[in-house]
Design a protein around this ligand. Sequence first.
Ligand SMILES: Cc1cc2nc3c(=O)[nH]c(=O)nc-3n(C[C@H](O)[C@H](O)[C@H](O)COP(=O)(O)OP(=O)(O)OC[C@H]3O[C@@H](n4cnc5c(N)ncnc54)[C@H](O)[C@@H]3O)c2cc1C
Ligand code: SF4
Length: 498
Amino acid sequence: MGKPTGFLEKTRVLPKNEDSKSRLKHYNEFVEKTTPEFVSEQASRCMDCGVPFCHNGCPLGNIIPEFNDAVYRQKWDEAYKILSATNNFPEFTGRICPAPCEQSCVLGINQPAIAIEFIEKNIVEEAFKRGFVKPRLPKSRTGKKVAVIGSGPSGLACADQLNSAGHSVTVFERAQEAGGLLRFGIPDFKLEKSVVQRRVEVMKEGGIEFKLGVNVGVDVTAEELLKDFDAIALCVGSTVPRDIPIPGRELKGVHFAMDFLSQQNTRNAGKTENRNHKGELVEEIFATGKKVIVVGGGDTGSDCVGTSNRHGALSVMQIELLAKPPVGRSEQTPWPQWPMMLRTSSSHEEGCDRRWALFTKEFVGDDNGNLTGIKVAEMGWSDPEPGKKPAWEVIEGTEQVLPCDLALLAVGFLHPQFEGLLKNLGVTLTDRGNVSDVKYKTNADKVFVAGDARRGQSLVVWAISEGRECAYYVDEFLMGTSNLEKRDEGLHAVVEKY
Ligand SMILES: Cc1cc2nc3c(=O)[nH]c(=O)nc-3n(C[C@H](O)[C@H](O)[C@H](O)COP(=O)(O)OP(=O)(O)OC[C@H]3O[C@@H](n4cnc5c(N)ncnc54)[C@H](O)[C@@H]3O)c2cc1C
Ligand code: SF4
C-alpha cells in the first residue's frame, strides 16, 4: 500500500477543463495537462482494500490497487506493466470509459472515489513518453493465420492478443482508417485520433497487418477467407441504427446521429469527401445556425450536442423518453452497483436544454419537405414493482411542437449488419439479431465473434474485454491450449450483471 493516511489527507481533485467558451472553438481534447506529482498524490488516496471492489467493477479486471501503489511511488514502468497486463489500450479507456470501477470503489461509500480513470490515462501517457510502450513481438510464430474482421476496440484487442501468442494476424477494415467507433463515432474532443493512430502504429510494428478499405463479404468473399485463414474473428460491431419510423421521417433535416458524427470526425482528419462510417458518400450535415434537437439521452446524443455547439447551432435541445433520473445514487442501485443517476457530460455543460419523459410523435415539415419541428407529448412513468419494468403512458392534452430544423436520431443500435458477410458465413443469430455463440465460437466452422456484434451495443471497455476473451478461445482452438490471460468466469458473471 502507498500511503496509509493518503485518503485522510487529500481529496479527489482532477485537472481543470479548458473554459467552455474557448474549447467550443476547436475539436481537440480540452483537459489541462498535469504533472506526475499531482497524479501520485491522487494515487496516494487508495486504501489498498482487503476486498478491492474497484477490481470487480472493471470488466477487464484491472489490478487497480497495485497500479495505484506503483504510481504513488512514481514507479511508472511498474505501473504500466501492471495496467497493460489486463488492458491493451488504457489510453482509450483512460479517456472515455464511464469508469464502473470508480462507482464500486470502497472509498466512494462516504468520500469521493479514487480518480482511477485519470490515473490510468496518466500511467499510459507517461509510458509512451518514457518509451515503455513496445510492440508485442512474439518469441516465435506458430504458422497459423487469423483474420480479424473489424478494427474497433474488440478487433484491435483480439488482434493484439493473438499476435502476442505467435499467430499471424490480418485485420480487415472496410473504412479507410482503423479504430471503428473510436475513430468514426467518438468525437475528437473526447478522444483525439492521433491517440488511436499511435496505437495502430505500435501494433503494425509488432507484425499485425492492417488491410484498410476492404469490405469483407464484398471485396473479399467469405469463401476466400475460410480458405486462406485458420480462424476468423468477427469484430464487426453493432452498426444498424435504431430508427424512429413516425410520420415525417422522410423530411429534409432528419438524420442518424452516426452520419452527423462520423462526417465531422472525417472533416477533422482533413478529408474533403463526406463519408459515413461505412465509407458511403453522404449528404453534408451542418448544425450551424440551426435549431437542433437530439432525440435520445445517451452518450451518442451527448456527442451530437458537443458537435452541434462546435458547429455554432442556434439552439441545442436533447430529448429523452425516460423520466429524469435522480441526481445522486438512488436506493434502487446501492453501492457497489452501477448507479442509475443523472449524468452531465462536458458537452451538456457547454450548453444544452435537456428534457425528459417526452414521446416523439411526428416530424413536422413545410410545403418544401423541410423539417420545421418535432411534435412531442409528455409521458407519465409509474414506479416499477420489484422485478418489473416501469409502466408508462402518454399524457393526453400535453402535445406541443418543438421548433427544430435539424433532428439527430441517437436512439441506439439494433444489431450487426446481417446481409453480406454474416449471411454468407451462415452464422446464426440471437433473437435480438446479434451473432450467437458458445464461448465466443459461432456455429460456423473456425468462425468466432466478439464485441458489440456479440453482446449488443455496449462500451469500449467491454469491447476490449470481449476481444481478449475471444482471442483466448481462438488460441485454444488453434493450439489445443492457451497461455493468454483470461478473466475468471465467476467474476465475469458478477461484473456482467452491472
Ligand atoms: C457516437 C458514439 C459514442 C460512443 N462513446 C462511447 C464512450 O464515450 N465510451 C464508451 O465506452 N463507449 C462509447 N461508445 C460505444 C463504443 O464505441 C462501442 O461499444 C465499441 O466501439 C464497440 O467496439 P467493437 O469493436 O465491437 O465495434 P466497432 O467499434 O463498431 O467496430 C466495428 C468495425 O468493424 C468494421 N466492419 C464491419 N463490417 C465489416 C466488414 N464486412 N468488413 C470490414 N470491416 C467491417 C466497421 O467498419 C468498424 O470499424 C460510443 C458509441 C457511439 C456510436
Ligand atoms: S476500492 Fe478504491 S480504495 Fe479500495 S483498492 Fe480499489 S481504488 Fe483503492
